[in-house]
Ligand binder design. Structure first.
Ligand SMILES: Cc1cc2nc3c(=O)[nH]c(=O)nc-3n(C[C@H](O)[C@H](O)[C@H](O)COP(=O)(O)O)c2cc1C
Length: 259
């Protein structure tokens, strides 16, 4: 079967796509949700899907805090640049790098967790778990949006979520059935051969036709017509990093990446 999602991603037809994989290719961030509740049984399955992800040496160095809609969620949304989807999503999880659990099991050996390698493992574990929850959610018809803004005010997030030393809020995840009146579109990606190399890195590969395809996408969305190159230059040339500039100190203060 031809994959409509593949064509939008890359601008040409896929040679072939197994129909059961189409939903994986059709991901798009969804920021507006319908009122349809997510059944508790599905919620449990989504959590099991997250925990079914591979995890470095089975150390399972991540946790997620589910935050119901209400005053606490509103305060978290405020800390996440007041993003509306954080406030309104039927389900919201704050994903954490978590060394606390391991440190409590081996308190006299917990110093080892201060190596940056253990931080990297925790981040990878958390991202894999979240993305597996995302894949399951999208297969079940939900839409999702990650929230990196959770890292903008780490101290306030720490206080709000009662985070112990050895934990760090990495990102949020909003989930809910998409609002059919506000459909989200599939966003083109870099050409496959700009990202996938053979045997060695090819520093001359470039980004192919991506500038044209992405600026056409944004034009169609009435979101300007800047190319990807311009957006990258704007992103990297912005005034400063804001509150995230002190992330290394924040991490070290809580026991991560000290050596
Ligand atoms: C770790 C992470 C953090 C993100 N943070 C935000 C966010 O704070 N707000 C938002 O609206 N989208 C956020 N996004 C969504 C990205 O902007 C989006 O995935 C990207 O533009 C590609 O679009 P697509 O997901 O629709 O394909 C985040 C994505 C990731 C992976």
């Amino acid at each position: 079967m031809n994959s409509p999602a593949f064509r939008i991603r890359y601008g040409f037809e896929a040679p072939e796509c197994e129909p059961q994989l189409e939903s994986l290719l059709a991901h798009r961030s969804v920021r507006r949700y319908s009122d349809q509740p997510v059944l508790p049984s599905l919620e449990t399955t989504l959590k099991a899907a997250a925990q079914s992800a591979s995890t470095s040496s089975n150390l399972q160095m991540w946790s997620a805090i589910q935050i119901e809609r209400g005053e606490k969620r509103d305060r978290i949304a405020d800390l996440c640049a007041k993003q509306r989807q954080v406030q309104t999503a039927p389900l919201f999880f704050a994903f954490l790098a978590d060394h606390y659990r391991l440190a409590s099991l081996a308190p006299d050996r917990a110093e080892r967790l201060e190596f940056t390698e253990f931080y990297t493992m925790a981040v990878v574990d958390a991202a894999l778990a979240a993305e597996r929850m995302v894949c399951a959610a999208e297969l079940a018809g939900l839409g999702i949006c990650y929230i990196g803004e959770l890292r903008s005010h780490p101290e306030k997030v720490r206080e709000e979520l009662n985070l112990p030393r050895g934990t760090f809020g990495l990102f949020g995840l909003c989930l809910g059935y998409p609002d059919p009146s506000r459909p989200a579109d599939i966003k083109p990606r870099l050409p496959m051969n700009s990202v996938f190399f053979s045997d060695v890195y090819d520093a001359d590969r470039g980004i192919g036709d991506y500038d044209e395809r992405l600026s056409q996408f944004y034009r169609e969305q009435n979101m300007g017509d800047a190319t990807w190159t311009q957006r990258i230059q704007d992103r990297l040339g912005g005034p400063d990093m804001g509150p995230r500039a002190s992330q290394l100190e924040d991490l070290r203060r809580t026991g991560f990446a000290k050596k």
